[in-house]
Design a binder for this molecule. Structure first.
Ligand code: TLP
Length: 345
């Protein structure tokens, strides 16, 4: 039985050209700064994001942690959303490893944090308080419907940060999805952040890796912090080679994932017993709820599993389905048919 895996865009397998690029990659020891393919990826990523320099890291989690560690000292405070990936799903790395204090602000359903709330959270100069150092933003916002935060919003947060002498980090794990949804160049979103972390291994389908970008000075410091975390890699050109292919070949097709997600959302809206707001679906992430009294969430999950369809259950009644390179229109229609049949039982 063929599997339709909608649990995440992290499940994507490398494309044939990525596999070819991996096997042909020119390699060296990157801790000595001698891996030509990694150097090429980093140069390309920096240019793409409009930053001076970039560095390959193992994962999005490591990328965010290295950036936060590089911006902050022990005892500093970071303002971030209460539904942000960094706060919810990165094992509390900033406090566990860095002694850095997270200060959460409510994420609105569209992924934004209200400017007044950010402003109110910024600490004054008082010996009792931690020092506010950094504001973290996430775009697209995973737990908030995969929403794309607008250029104006990014600009407003950066303006506030500048005015209050704070730094801005952007968790841009899916920044190319945001750029595609907003139909802007990715630089229009990244220019408002002092550091950006983006993933090669999600919508772009590379097998491993994220890249962080910032000033030359920032990346030099970040290189030390990556080393502290054991993230100095040797012949990582085999990872970078797939990343280069990802940036060259996989960005322009992201709009297809968004169209498939919209098709899925529209279809789910027509199935009795399921609840969704299709207008909230702007990118490749689809959240929906089961509201039927007859069928339990776990049962829906099992029944889908029996038909070879995998989605995530993220709460008592809340599901997440993510579209990606491994999913085509037929898979969406098959999933909708299966959901319709199960909900009729
Ligand atoms: N997100 C994964 C899971 O960890 C939940 C997913 O399936 O969506 N920032 C954002 C916004 C993310 O969504 C993720 C991964 C990360 C950072 C971390 O990336 P990795 O998994 O590479 O550490």
């Amino acid at each position: 039985m063929e599997t339709i895996d909608l649990r995440s865009d992290t499940v994507t397998l490398p494309t044939p050209t990525m596999r070819e690029a991996i096997s042909n990659a020119e390699l060296g020891d990157d801790v000595f700064g001698e891996d030509p393919t990694t150097i090429r990826l980093e140069k390309m990523a920096a240019e793409r994001m409009g930053k001076e320099a970039a560095m390959l890291v193992v994962s999005g989690t490591m990328g965010n942690l290295v950036c936060v560690l590089t911006h902050c000292r022990r005892g500093d405070e970071v303002i971030l959303g209460d539904r942000s990936h960094t706060f919810l799903y990165e094992a509390g790395g900033m406090s566990a490893v860095g002694g850095i204090h997270p200060h959460t602000i409510v994420n609105q359903p569209d992924g934004t944090m209200q400017l007044e709330e950010i402003e109110a959270a910024i600490r004054g100069d008082n010996v009792h308080f931690p020092r506010t150092r950094l504001i973290c933003m996430e775009n697209t916002h995973n737990r908030c419907s995969g929403s794309a935060l607008s250029v104006d919003y990014m600009k407003d947060v950066a303006g506030l940060a500048k005015q209050r002498n704070l730094l801005v980090h952007l968790d841009g794990a899916r920044i190319f999805n945001a750029a595609a949804a907003l139909q802007v160049d990715v630089k229009e979103l990244t220019c408002y952040a002092d550091s950006v972390s983006f993933c090669l291994s999600k919508g772009l389908s590379a097998p491993v890796g994220s890249v962080i970008c910032g000033t030359k000075w920032f990346i030099a410091e970040a290189r030390r912090n990556r080393k502290v975390l054991g993230g100095g890699m040797r012949q990582c050109g085999i990872i970078a080679a797939a990343g280069i292919t990802a940036l060259n070949e996989m960005v322009d097709r992201i709009a297809d994932d968004h169209a498939n997600a919209q098709r899925l959302a529209q279809g789910i809206a027509r199935i009795p017993g399921l609840s969704i707001e299709p207008e909230m679906v702007q990118t490749n992430i689809v959240y929906f709820d089961i509201v039927s009294r007859e069928i339990k969430a776990g049962e829906l999950l099992n029944q889908l599993g029996n038909k070879g369809i995998k989605i995530l259950l993220l709460g008592p009644s809340r599901f997440r389905a993510v579209t990606h390179y491994g999913i085509n229109v037929e898979d969406i229609d098959f999933t909708l048919e299966a959901l319709g049949e199960i909900m009729k039982l």
